[in-house]
Write a new protein. Structure first.
Length: 191
């Protein structure tokens, strides 16, 4: 008879997520995952089957939590420019206060790029969800007269999404507050 699990699987995923976030997929060893989760090697492999599978679960958990906060802001009430300002300001503060880790999703794109089809598919799905939400918010702003109707909503949504990722990369590379706030102001002007 198999022994019942004596750990919280979701907690282990969250702890693994933070380990991957700190050192990347390739930089995180099984030993680091064991230390981060408090699990033994066999428990990790029996539960998650592989480091790659645990990484995908961790990335999915990150997307569900971090992107959910962004979606709530995008889909909430208020002017579009206020939403963009609030999001970018929050990201600047998070990066400056929490060690410039960047965005796990963006970090993963940089690290694994097109070398991992499964991860690329997962990230594309998550990014498309955010871009679709921005597109809908931009279309709403155009209907309400906040933005001109001549701009392509999809192109603007892709621009905002790229600005978010670029800002996180700049922060991770050590850009100071002034540089990050310059990006914020130019993004608002571009809208």
């Amino acid at each position: 008879m198999a022994r019942p699990r004596e750990f919280d699987e979701q907690h282990a995923v969250e702890r693994a997520m933070h380990a991957f976030w700190e050192t990347g997929y390739e930089g995180t060893s099984t030993e680091q995952l064991c230390a981060a989760t408090g699990l033994g090697r066999s428990s990790i492999y029996n539960t998650f089957t592989s480091k790659h599978a645990l990484f995908r679960r961790s990335l999915r958990h990150y997307s569900q939590t971090a992107h959910q906060r962004q979606l709530e802001l995008i889909e909430g009430a208020g002017p579009l420019r206020s939403k963009v300002r609030a999001l970018l300001s929050r990201l600047i503060e998070e990066e400056l206060e929490h060690g410039r880790r960047g965005c796990l999703a963006v970090n993963t794109v940089v690290e694994l790029g097109g070398r991992d089809a499964e991860i690329s598919t997962d990230l594309r799905r998550d990014f498309d969800q955010l871009i679709d939400a921005w597109r809908a918010a931009i279309e709403r702003a155009q209907r309400e007269g906040e933005l001109g109707r001549d701009a392509d909503p999809l192109a603007l949504a892709q621009f905002v999404h790229s600005t978010v990722g670029g800002l996180r990369l700049m922060a991770r590379s050590g850009a100071d507050r002034a540089a990050l706030e310059n990006v914020l102001e130019v993004a608002l002007t571009a809208l």
